[in-house]
Design a protein around this ligand. Structure first.
Ligand code: FAD
Length: 287
């Protein structure tokens, strides 16, 4: 159905850096568990404005070294100076990191766009290419349901295209619960000449109230029928997780059958919700 079919499938898991040594130990154990499934890469988030700079660096290097799985730092540029970004790029390069997830990040409260040296992710991608050539494989973010601050679908699509023209190799989407929004986005990308692999970002459903809050802020729509069903379970976590697993497994089946070039799991640092999906979908056999 789309040009995404021609890419070999890739599977990846995303983590966030923890605040304590105990948390870091636990995360390493989670990464080891997931490494056994031979994912193509792990990635580790970065707090905008450099708020997790050293923790992201330590987590990325620790996980890659221990698990042997290529690990990509996220790098969100808003609030960081060009020099800070360049220093990080050099540090990663000298530590055998060869993949980066390049983002703008969300503005820390009280900070205007104008005060940042790098204002949009396309500028970050250009800087990475200018400074590091082709050393890094660069992933960028994509929004099938439209970025919350975008004026409209078209302008957001053209802004996505700018990142590809600046040198992005692939993209990972914001999570969504409606496979049609992904397929529509892919078709529109193709119509403007964008044909890099675009990996659906998959959020396992484990906790309804947190999911509802986060979805509101990042612009991911929870379909009414899913929301109503999840609401009806109240505090019954087991039923929420069971229903969530069914809904997400079914959506992933549709995505993969429709040509999605892989899946990127937002693990929230937990192995089992993503692995339940992995097993249901028999991903080890679907490369
Ligand atoms: P951009 O691509 O720069 O887009 C941001 C907005 O500006 C959009 O509305 C776009 O339409 C518009 N725009 C883009 N370029 C231009 C331009 N040149 N001129 C005018 N308007 C423009 N956040 C973090 O802080 N840390 C993370 O680790 C992190 N990881 C993420 C991983 C994934 C896979 C995804 C999907 C998101 C992640 N985020 C993370 C959230 C992300 O930083 C926010 O969604 C942020 O608001 C936008 O980042 P972006 O890179 O998509 O920005």
């Amino acid at each position: 159905m789309n040009t995404q079919n021609r890419f070999s499938r890739r599977y990846s898991f995303e983590f966030f850096p923890t605040k304590t040594d105990a948390g870091a130990e636990k995360l390493l154990a989670t990464a080891q568990t997931l490494a056994a499934y031979e994912p193509d890469f792990f990635s580790v988030t970065y707090g905008a404005g450099g708020s997790t700079r050293s923790r992201t660096v330590d987590t990325v290097l620790g996980i890659q070294q221990q698990s042997g799985v290529p690990t990509a730092p996220h790098l969100s540029c808003i609030g960081d100076s060009k020099q800070e970004v360049i220093d990080l790029l050099d540090h990663y390069r000298s530590n055998n990191i060869n993949r980066i997830v390049a983002l703008r990040g969300d503005l820390p409260s009280g900070m205007g766009l104008a005060s940042s040296e790098l204002r949009y992710a396309n500028e970050l991608v250009s800087l990475i290419r200018e400074h590091s050539g082709d050393h890094f494989e660069i992933e960028v973010a994509a929004y099938p349901e439209v970025h919350p601050q975008a004026n409209n679908f078209e302008s957001d699509l053209l802004n996505f295209k700018r990142k590809v023209e600046a040198g992005a190799d692939a993209a990972i989407t914001q999570y969504f619960f409606n496979a049609d929004s992904y397929f529509h986005f892919i078709e529109r990308c193709e119509s403007v000449g964008v044909d890099i692999p675009i990996m659906p970002g998959i959020m396992p459903i484990t906790n309804f109230s947190k999911l509802a809050r986060f979805s509101e802020s990042c612009g991911a729509e929870i379909p009414r029928w899913v929301r109503k069903q999840l609401e009806s379970y109240g505090d019954d976590i087991e039923s929420i997780q069971k229903f969530g697993e069914e809904v997400i497994t079914e959506m992933c089946e549709r995505l993969l059958d429709g040509g999605a070039p892989g899946l990127h799991f937002y693990t929230l640092n937990q192995a089992s919700p993503s692995l339940a999906l992995w097993d249901n979908l028999k991903l080890s056999e679907r490369r």
